[in-house]
Design a protein around this ligand. Structure first.
Ligand code: ADP
Length: 469
């Protein structure tokens, strides 16, 4: 079996195997099975050219991390990745801020990654790069003579060409993606946007099969690989932590009221001000919900180096204050807004005690919280999930209560409906969604993607003929 070389902006902590997201679970399982290297930025900046990667070996897995020059990092990470690509991919152009030097640093950091990774590669390795920070990586590796199969998975949405066109140099983004052998997206709609983008700029040369294409002189697979979660892992965490002191305190504090929960990074794409307003609308339009529901929003700050992230924090504090000021009673406050993180296991326990999960991003590649909320429920008395139609997860979880997050009255109505949903309906929806989560769990996701990458190797060694459309 070939070694797997996983590349992502951040690397899991070798001592705990943890990163901020759920991705680590799937990647680590695949790395442990196949053996390999997890390569990326180690979280430290330096001045000038970084030294060679620091390598820590744990069993069959090596963690290799590089530093990045501090100015270069600012432009690559805050400037281009999170100031240009993130808002662009989430269709939020009012947050888009472009400067030429950001794009140049982005390219140079990808070249740095390729330069530092190249000496670690062996002939039969397969390489799997993750997310929007690393679009040019395959091109840089190809320039350095690397011919191994290289896959790319985009965790965020891929924007329609009419939005992508906003980015100066968007043709280069499309061209750089064609340097990969397998390009994976969260949903079929992202795949369509990518292929349409290639066609519109004149790069698409042929469709060679259902998910095989040729563009810019290269053949590749482009397909949807919706990311899943570790279903039994979440169920166990929820089971265990529901009896922990922290979760018990939350439950006791409700004194019989029902919990509506939201858990997100503090990001403008998550639709938090809209969600707060919808909760205010609920209390206005459905007075019987006053004193009956408590909305707890957990939102730890992220990317505090980007201005828009400071602004949203202030906006939310004001909104929570206004709504609480308007509706609170001596023994009840409608919103509990917690600007901090919790351990995953605590979160799963809180999902378990919640009656309603509110997942209303304005746009999201997938949204793992929606999936975790379902998996954490008590099968006999499950809570209801309210899910944005603009989250990738809605493609699979259509048994949730689907809302348009911009429709304040519609979201308020959905909360009211979920709060009164009969047990039988909750169970039915839960069973449908759990079946989907189990079929497409995190293991299935890595297997499918790596299977597609192995198929490319088999195809290229057998010299399969291509058909020109
Ligand atoms: P994104 O990747 O945009 O942050 P997702 O919902 O897809 O959004 O993934 C977020 C992941 O981070 C989930 O696995 C979730 O459990 C975790 N997470 C979100 N908020 C917190 C928090 N406050 N504390 C700990 N983990 C969190």
């Amino acid at each position: 079996m070939s070694r797997l070389i996983a590349v992502s902006n951040r690397v899991a902590d070798p001592s705990t195997g943890k990163t901020a997201g759920g991705l680590a679970i799937g990647l680590l399982a695949a790395l442990r099975k196949q053996g390999g290297v997890w390569f990326g930025w180690g979280g430290k900046t330096c001045r000038g050219e970084p030294t060679d990667p620091t390598v820590t070996r744990r069993g069959k897995v090596s963690y290799a991390t590089v530093d990045i020059d501090e100015t270069e990092f600012e432009d690559y990470y805050n400037g281009y990745s999170n100031g240009c690509l993130w808002p662009l991919c989430h269709y939020m152009l009012n947050f888009f801020h472009y400067e030429r030097r950001f794009g140049q640093a982005y390219q140079r950091v990808n070249a740095l990654f390729a330069r530092k990774l190249r000496p670690m590669l062996q002939a039969d390795d397969v390489i799997w790069a993750h997310d929007y920070h690393l679009i040019p990586l395959a091109g840089e590796l190809r320039k350095a003579g690397v011919e191994n199969p290289i896959g790319f998975f985009l965790h965020v949405p891929f924007p329609n060409i009419d939005v992508l066109r906003t980015l100066p140099g968007h043709r280069r983004i499309l061209e750089m993606l064609t340097r990969y052998d397998v390009i994976g997206f969260q949903t079929s709609s992202d795949v369509r946007s990518f292929i349409e983008g290639l066609a519109r700029v004149g790069f698409l040369e042929a469709r060679l099969g259902y998910d095989r294409f040729r563009a810019c002189g290269r053949e590749f697979t482009a397909a949807a690989f919706p990311i899943g979660i570790d279903v039994p892992g979440v169920m166990q965490m929820a089971d265990r932590s529901v009896t922990s002191a922290t979760v018990k305190r939350v439950e006791d504090g409700l004194v019989g009221r029902e919990l509506v929960i939201g858990v997100d990074r503090l990001d403008y794409s998550k639709g938090l001000p809209e969600r707060f307003r919808a909760f205010g609308e609920l209390l206005t339009s459905y007075p019987d919900t006053r004193g009956r529901l408590v909305f707890m929003q957990i939102a730890p700050p992220t990317r505090s180096g980007v201005r828009a992230y400071q602004d949203i924090r202030e906006e939310l504090e004001q909104l929570a204050g206004n709504i609480n000021g308007r509706f609170a009673e001596p023994d009840w406050a409608p919103i509990r807004y917690l600007n901090r993180g919790f351990s995953r296991s605590m979160l799963m326990g809180m999902f378990r005690v919640a009656r309603i999960g509110l997942v209303t991003p304005l746009r999201d590649g997938m949204n793992l919280v929606a999936k975790e909320f379902i998996a954490a429920q008590d099968p006999d008395d499950p809570g209801a999930l309210i899910l944005s139609s603009l989250a990738g997860a809605a493609e699979e979880l259509d048994a949730a209560v689907i809302v348009n997050p911009y429709d304040t009255e519609g979201v308020a109505e959905a909360i009211q409906r979920a709060a009164n949903m009969p047990l039988g309906e909750r169970q039915e929806r839960y069973r449908t969604m759990m079946a989907q989560l189990q079929i497409n769990d995190i293991g299935a996701w890595t297997d499918r993607f790596l299977g597609a990458l192995e198929a490319v190797r088999a195809q290229s060694s057998s010299g399969t003929p291509t058909i020109t459309a």
